[in-house]
Design a protein around this ligand. Structure first.
Ligand code: GUN
Length: 289
């Protein structure tokens, strides 16, 4: 058996097209397009690439993209002042402060300063709490995209065994909350988990989001399982070049899994498409309130 590749690029293109239709309808109804402002502090090259991709995707969907690039030594107070100004700007529906922030800035403080109604990352404790308690929320983009791909592969997932590897606020915890909301039986594994391989072997769904290159091995995977790889790890090759690999040993897992996401071209494109969807959702909710 060979796994079916889940084509995140194609799925994301479909979602983006759907969002573009919603954006046009919003603009027609409200006389303005939804707006997303992305804030990048410092010059981390990977973050700059992500931020550029987010802006381009916005414009293609008809969303007005604003961008602030601040120097790495920006004072926390200045960043908080910018967030306050964006909170107060009626043309801004979504605010995204790219993580990670430089070490001298308290990320939790910055996230908490964002108006929850504009928190298109879904990182604010209000949105995290709303998701955890089953209320309507802005949900973090990466796990939203993962859930869409899982649903597309498996259909109804109620009663399925799901193992989420990683307990970050950005991916692992909201992923677990989303799977639980769909009535899966959810295990959250992390760096202290004993017998990770044993947990994975029982899983119908594995979501790997730990940032450990090629962690999930072929014999960890139950035949036919759905394997979602959130990892984006750049590893050095013997010839001096580098390669982007996930948290899943793709070559080993491919012959055993039922479905698998490639890296790149799996989760990444879906994350950006979900950001656009969240921006439209935020704009519609704000316009209705
Ligand atoms: N850094 C890596 N992923 C993300 C994300 O989804 N949102 C933000 N703001 N920063 C990130």
């Amino acid at each position: 058996m060979t796994a079916i590749l889940i084509d995140g690029k194609a799925r994301a293109a479909a979602l983006r097209a759907e969002v573009a239709i919603g954006v046009a309808a919003f603009a027609a109804a409200h006389g303005r397009a939804p707006g997303l402002t992305v804030v990048l502090v410092g010059d981390d090259p990977a973050s700059a690439v992500y931020v550029g991709a987010k802006g381009k995707a916005c414009r293609e969907a008809g969303i007005i993209a604003g961008e602030y690039k601040l120097p790495a030594d920006t004072a926390q107070a200045d960043l908080l002042a910018l967030v306050a100004a964006l909170n107060a700007d009626p043309a801004v529906d979504g605010i995204l402060v790219q993580m990670p922030l430089p070490r001298h800035i308290d990320s939790d403080r910055v996230i908490a300063a964002i108006d929850p109604a504009k928190d298109v990352d879904g990182f604010h404790p209000v949105n995290a709490g709303r998701l955890a308690t089953g209320l309507d929320a802005l949900v973090p983009c990466t796990p939203s995209g993962c859930l869409m791909m899982i649903r597309e592969a498996l259909g109804d997932i109620s009663g399925k065994e799901a193992v989420v590897i990683g307990r970050s606020n950005i991916v692992g915890k909201p992923m677990a909350a989303l799977l639980l909301r769909e009535s899966a039986t959810v295990t959250i594994a992390h760096s202290r988990t004993a017998d990770l391989a044993g947990h994975c072997r029982r899983a119908d769904i594995i979501v790997a989001a730990v940032g450990v290159p090629l962690l999930v091995k072929g014999d960890w995977v139950k035949p036919g399982a759905c394997v979602i790889d959130v990892g984006m790890n750049r590893i050095a090759l013997p010839d001096g070049k580098t390669r982007l690999v996930g948290d899943v040993d793709f070559a080993e897992v491919l012959p055993r899994a039922g479905w698998i996401t490639p890296v790149p071209g799996g989760v990444g494109p879906m994350t950006i498409a979900c950001l656009l969807a969240n921006t439209l959702k935020a704009a519609m909710s704000r316009a209705a309130s």
